[in-house]
Structure formats: structure tokens, C-alpha cells
Design a binder for this molecule. Structure first.
Ligand SMILES: NC(=O)c1ccc[n+]([C@@H]2O[C@H](COP(=O)([O-])OP(=O)(O)OC[C@H]3O[C@@H](n4cnc5c(N)ncnc54)[C@H](O)[C@@H]3O)[C@@H](O)[C@H]2O)c1
Length: 462
């Protein structure tokens, strides 16, 4: 009571693309009577009975909604069981004083004076704590909690507690990262850690041979959790191993690159490469948690930082906010919130998640044209430039140029073009691209003649 559910709930529902249901409002609608009057007419027990019934209906609603549950609803064992079965229960963190400040002037039957209010808060606290699947103080925090993303400097030190469940943990770690952060992560996993598997640094981890080696080495049962420590490559491999081993075990990502923290570890896409192309074999398998510790980025080489900055700039353009101006932790947090919300709204990449490809059609073509020797960040910087120019947003293209310094690259033009054509089928003589109407207003499905797209691609090549 007074935690801010009524304010935050509808905003969260909109961010997640869901309906918002308030159990109190539904009870009032059914009975045509205000909650305060129901307490008088039927007593608290009578109200709780009604509340329990309506909460059960709300929890069974499909598609699932964001549901505001009244402060005392958790006293019902049935409601708690239903929450455990059907819901992600989010605890809004507050203090008795803060909550009292919100309810003192209301006519709520159980908020008559601060002393009894604080006593009620203390009595209910344990139920809240033990029922909650996640906790948050604001809407961004709520989005992150729903996506399982925990952003906190130094959080790797709490790895044992942050890996959900109590089962064994096996660590999959990028060889380069192992030297820098492996010992600390292993120590933090403590007694839950039963094995460590070192995989090649970077993209070399994402092969069928490495996957097979990992499958054979794993000893986890289905209560156990695979934990990835590394950049997007280690996370992609580990996530796919977790999706397939024993037909699926939970996994946790601990991303150690900026790309990993703002992009790759969020959203449940996992994959390995095959000789025919990158990420061609994979699965959607949402991590049980993403432990994002921006302090891990201190050891990141400059080129890897640049790769991440390109994704930060892309996210800022899509969000319509200068996210690149924020300090590192806020930058990581805001980017993670943005991507998490889109992926929660479109978990299987059937719609608006496509906007995350802004600039990437050109980037992938340039990478292919370079025989995959071009750093991803340089390719994305050029891709964003082309997308913004085709969007008619020249001054934004200048901003991107001043942030990312894209330089035309020497790549095989024909190979780049063929790769783009393979990526983007020509439909009715047109190629569809993701562009921007304005900052914060992505436009998925802009249609262009192949000649125009080819000219835009050519302009990026030296
Ligand atoms: N699943 C997704 O949604 C998604 C999204 C974007 C990218 N990706 C994938 O991510 C991969 C790229 O990942 P990436 O850019 O994070 O790089 P990466 O994982 O390939 O790592 C790049 C290099 O950085 C090193 N490194 C990592 N963390 C370090 C640290 N803290 N200090 C020092 N060195 C460190 C690694 O050892 C490696 O040499 C690609 O395979 C891409 O396909 C996946």
C-alpha cells in the first residue's frame, strides 16, 4: 500500500506492450462499491474473499497483463500459489515513511495512522520478500527486473546470490577474459561452482566444434545453471548450449564487453556460426539473469570499446536520447532498459524488434565484403551514416560522424552487394530497410530501389 503501484503500473504495462489490470478497480467494477465501503459492508474478510477471486481471474487472463495487486492480497495462500505458477511478481521497494506519505491523505481503511501503518508494513514485509521474483524502485528498474537484467557496478562479486535457484553452476569463460576476470568470478560463484570451461576468445567460440566439446564436458542436471563470462560471443555460445543441453537448462549471462552489456546478452537470442554464415544456427532462450557489472569494462581494449559505442549510438538514435553523453553505468543501464523493453514486447523478433537492425543491413554487407576482417563497430558506424542519409537526416548523420568517426573502407564491392542482396530480398522491385523518421521514431520497412541502396552502399566503400 502506497508503494506507487497505481502510478507505475500503467506506465510499465505500456512499456511492456501489455494491458494493465488493477484488482481493486476490478473489484469495485464488479460490485459497484468502493473498496473503503466494501470494508465497512463486508468486513476485511469479506473483501479478501472477493479480492482473491478477482485476482485469480486477472492472473488467468490471456495474453498476460501487468496486474496491480492490493497490499494485503498476498495473505491469501491461493493467490501466492497462483503468483508462483503464472506470474513474475515484482516488489516495488519503498519505506514505510515514503508509502505513508502517499496514502496518509487517502480514505484507505488500513491507513489510519503512521504507527499502525508501519506495523502492518513490518508484518507483511516477509510475505512480499518471499513472493517477489524481482524488485525495483522505478519504471526503468521494473523493465530491467522483468527482463532479468541486474545492472550494478561490482555485481560480479555477488554472483553466487545472483544466479537464480540454488543448484550447481558451470562457468563458460572466454579465454581472454579468463585471464583478467576468471579467478574473481570463480571465487564469487563459491561452493555452487562445479566446473569451468574455457572457450576460445571472441568469435572463435561460436563454432559447432566448440559447442560439441562443451556439450560433452557438461555434467549439470536440470537444476543446474550455465553461466557465461565473456562478450557477445561467449554469451551466444553458452546460451545456445543451455538451450540444447538436456533439452534446455537455465543460463546466466555475465557480459564483459560493452556490446554484450548493451546488446548481445539481452533478449534471449543465442547462436553459433556455421561455414555458410554467422548466427545461422541458434535458439531463443532467455537468460534467467543477466549480471551486468560495468566495472568489468575497465580492461576492454579500445577497439572493443568502439564496437560497443556504435551500438550505444544506435540505441540513442532509436530511443531519441543522447545516451552517449551519460556516464558509463547510466549509459549501460539506459541502453539495457531500451533493448529489454523492445525484446519483452517482441520476444521472437516478429515485429518491432526489427528496428534494432538500424544501420546493420549495410554493416553486415561491409563485414562480408571485408571477408569478416572489418571490426563490427566500424561497420555499424558506416551503416548508421548510410541509414541516416537515406532517412534525409543529414545533421544527425553529422552527429554520428563526430561521435564514431566512420571512414570509408576498402572492401570487395561486389561481395558486399551480394551479401546485402542475400540478407534483404528484393520484393516488388524494392529493398526494405530500417530508417528513422526522426530521433526516437524508427521506421521499419522503408522501400527503396536496388540502385539507390547500391549507391548508398558504394558511398561507404573506398
Ligand atoms: N545475441 C544477440 O542478440 C547478439 C547481439 C549483438 C551481437 N551478438 C554477437 O556478439 C558477438 C560479438 O560480441 P562482442 O562484441 O561482445 O565481442 P566478443 O565476445 O567476440 O569479444 C571480443 C574480444 O574482447 C575480449 N574481451 C571481452 N571482454 C573483455 C574484457 N572485459 N577485457 C578485455 N578483453 C575482453 C575477448 O576476449 C575477445 O577477444 C558476435 O558474435 C555477435 O554476433 C549477439
Amino acid at each position: 500500500m502506497g508503494a506507487g503501484k497505481t502510478m507505475l503500473g500503467p506506465v510499465l504495462a505500456e512499456r511492456l506492450g501489455r494491458r494493465f489490470l488493477s484488482v481493486d478497480a476490478l473489484v469495485e467494477e464488479r460490485t459497484g462499491t468502493r473498496v473503503a465501503d466494501l470494508f465497512v459492508e463486508r468486513g476485511e474478510a469479506g473483501f479478501r474473499e472477493l479480492e482473491e477471486r478477482v485476482a485469480a481471474e486477472a492472473l488467468a487472463a490471456r495474453p498476460p497483463a501487468v496486474i496491480e495487486l492490493g497490499g494485503g492480497a498476498l495473505a491469501s495462500e491461493r493467490t501466492r500459489a497462483l503468483l508462483g505458477e503464472h506470474a513474475f511478481a515484482l516488489l516495488l521497494e519503498t519505506t514505510p515513511e515514503e508509502a505513508w506519505g502517499r496514502v496518509a491523505a487517502s480514505d484507505r481503511p488500513l491507513a489510519r495512522d503512521l504507527e499502525s501503518f508501519a506495523a502492518l508494513y513490518a508484518r507483511r514485509r516477509h510475505l512480499y520478500e518471499t513472493t517477489a521474483d524481482g524488485r525495483a524502485r522505478d519504471v526503468d528498474g521494473a523493465v530491467l527486473a522483468c527482463a532479468g537484467v541486474h545492472v550494478e557496478p561490482g555485481s560480479v562479486a555477488s554472483l553466487r546470490e545472483l544466479v537464480p535457484g540454488g543448484g550447481d553452476v558451470e562457468l563458460v569463460v572466454d579465454a581472454g577474459v579468463d585471464r583478467l576476470h576468471g579467478p574473481a568470478a570463480r571465487a564469487a560463484a563459491g561452493g555452487r561452482l562445479t566446473a569451468s570451461h574455457v572457450v576460445p576468445a571472441g568469435e572463435g567460440a561460436k563454432t559447432l566444434a566448440e559447442l560439441e566439446r562443451l556439450w560433452a564436458a557438461l555434467r549439470l542436471d536440470r537444476e543446474g545453471t550455465l553461466v557465461a563470462l565473456g562478450g557477445g560471443s561467449a554469451c551466444d555460445l553458452t546460451g545456445f548450449a543451455a538451450a540444447t543441453y538436456l533439452r534446455g537448462v537455465p543460463w546466466v549471462a555475465v557480459p564483459t564487453t560493452l556490446v554484450g552489456q548493451v546488446d548481445a546478452a539481452i533478449g534471449g537470442k543465442t547462436a553459433v556460426d556455421i561455414p555458410d554464415g554467422k548466427n545461422l544456427v541458434g535458439a531463443f532462450h532467455w537468460p534467467a539473469r543477466v549480471v551486468t557489472d560495468p566495472e568489468l569494462l575497465a580492461t576492454l581494449p579500445e577497439e572493443e570499446r568502439g564496437n560497443g559505442l556504435a551500438e550505444v549510438v544506435k540505441t540513442g538514435l532509436l530511443a531519441g536520447e543522447d545516451l552517449w553523453e551519460l556516464d558509463l553505468t547510466d549509459q549501460v543501464r539506459r541502453c539495457a532498459v531500451f533493448k529489454a523493453a523492445i525484446c519483452l514486447r517482441d520476444p521472437h523478433d516478429r515485429g518491432e524488434r526489427l528496428q534494432l537492425n538500424l544501420g546493420h543491413t549495410f554493416a553486415h554487407a561491409l563485414e562480408a565484403g571485408s571477408g569478416f576482417s572489418l571490426p563490427h563497430g566500424r561497420a555499424v558506424a558506416l551503416g548508421l551514416l548510410a541509414a541516416l542519409r537515406l532517412s534525409g537526416l543529414e545533421s544527425l548523420a553529422d552527429t554520428v560522424a563526430s561521435l564514431l568517426h566512420p571512414e570509408r573502407v576498402h572492401v570487395d564491392r561486389e561481395r558486399a552487394w551480394q551479401a546485402l542482396m542475400r540478407d534483404k530480398k528484393v520484393v516488388d522491385g524494392k529493398i526494405r530497410l530500417v530508417l528513422l523518421d526522426a530521433p526516437g521514431r524508427p521506421f521499419v520497412g522503408a522501400r527503396f530501389d536496388p540502385e539507390t541502396v547500391r549507391a548508398a552502399l558504394d558511398s561507404l566503400i573506398a
